[in-house]
Design a protein around this ligand. Sequence first.
Ligand SMILES: [Zn+2]
Length: 133
Amino acid sequence: MVIRLYTDLKKGQRKYLNELSFGCEQENHVVNKMECNDTSCFVHGTLKLRGQVLTGKVVSAKAKNTVIVERPTMKYIKKYKRYARTSSRIPAHNPPCINAKEGDFVKIAECRKISRTKAWSVSEIIKRKEQTK
Ligand SMILES: [Zn+2]
């Protein structure tokens, strides 16, 4: 599956990526050769990914086929002429063939509205949570 996407750069800076491929070629998909009957899966279903691509950390994977991805942002405070660290939380679709878990670093891509709050889908796991013990 080959799609055109934007990368996550600084505000106002948008780099256009040609033929960025993901999905079937990814190692995660080869490892998890499980059945995926999800119609909202961008590899096995009909979902198309387009728009921006962001990276973040999965902070919650409690809901079915959904993860909450948190990423740090900066907010300018005029009074003090300084930036404050804030974070944004994005609910994203988590297809069963990717199966991202809490603590994973993931790449998410914009897509159509999947539910009232979801308009993003996990496209790739960048780094799995390191397991101690
Ligand atoms: Zn799938």
